[in-house]
Design a protein around this ligand. Structure first.
Ligand SMILES: Nc1nc2c(ncn2[C@@H]2O[C@H](COP(=O)(O)OP(=O)(O)OP(=O)(O)O)[C@@H](O)[C@H]2O)c(=O)[nH]1
Length: 261
């Protein structure tokens, strides 16, 4: 097993100060005490990955307090924009320029507040390349939610979604939250997959759907908020209407359909 200390990274037991789980949060994925890590730029070229269940920790900061915790994995073919999606969500920037393919797997944390509830998302960025599949499969079982991406300019990445859903069925928990995302929706004329095709596929598999752009930021926050809200609703299923997908309108929608959301 890969040892997190072998490259000099400090491993400390995380101490959570005065965090009380409210009643509604009792059934939520456990807010583990060791689920934090050093936030570093870039992805780590591991020859062996960190354990799927035992990420290393660091001292908790007061502002890190949260009510619920969920592990989210980004999946999809190589080049669909998984890393860019994570960087856009985490740091609010776009990784333009040279495309460097992810090697192995890595994660970042971010706390989102939905309906007044602070949900800490631990987001795992996976390598889309075939040769890393056996590594990433080991992480599926631990995931509470999966964001499955295709590239709207790349028909093959869309056609491969069925195969990805097959892998999810094989390796992930039965009740995992799944959301399909058609990324690079900013690409205009290069588009090869229509929005309706994505919607149809999502309906067929009964998963939520949005078109996103890591470049412009369209629906990036909304997608992660939907996941966070779904995790909370799953643990406390009082009001299913809270699960409605609240997508931002795209450019075309804004001009043609003002009330769409
Ligand atoms: N136009 C546009 N380009 C994007 C978008 N998201 C990502 N890209 C570009 O697509 C390329 C691949 O992005 P990555 O985020 O590295 O893709 P990935 O899915 O992580 O790829 P792997 O690490 O190989 O699995 C990069 O050149 C990005 O700049 C987007 O929303 N719009």
């Amino acid at each position: 097993m890969w040892n997190p200390n072998s490259d000099g990274r400090q491993m400390e037991k995380r101490v959570v100060v005065g965090r009380v789980r409210p009643t509604w949060a009792r059934n939520l994925p456990d807010a583990r005490d060791d689920d934090d890590k050093n936030d570093q730029e870039g992805v780590m070229p591991h020859s062996e990955p960190p354990s799927p269940t035992e990420p290393w920790g660091q001292q908790a900061k007061q502002e890190d307090k949260y009510d619920a915790f969920g592990k989210v994995m980004l999946l999809g073919d190589s080049g669909v924009g998984k890393t860019c999606m994570l960087v856009r969500f985490r740091d609010g920037t776009f990784l333009a320029g040279n495309y460097i393919s992810t090697v192995g797997i890595d994660f970042r944390n971010k706390i989102v507040t939905v309906d007044g509830i602070k949900v800490k998302l631990q987001i795992w960025d996976t390598a889309g390349q075939e040769r890393f599949r056996s590594v990433t499969h080991a992480y599926y079982r631990d995931a509470h939610a999966l964001l499955l991406l295709y590239d709207v300019t790349n028909k093959t990445s869309f056609d491969n979604i069925r195969a990805w859903l097959g892998e999810i069925r094989e390796y992930a928990q039965d009740d995992v939250v799944i959301m399909l995302l058609g990324n690079k929706s900013d690409s205009g004329l290069e588009r090869a997959v229509r929005r309706e095709e994505g919607q149809r596929l999502a309906r067929e598999y009964q998963v939520a759907f949005m078109e996103t752009s890591a470049k412009t930021g369209l629906n990036v926050e909304a997608a992660f908020a939907h996941v966070a809200r779904s995790l909370v609703a799953k643990a406390n299923p009082v009001d299913p209407s809270r699960l409605a997908v609240r997508a931002q309108p795209s450019q075309e929608q804004r001009s043609s359909c003002p009330p769409c959301s």
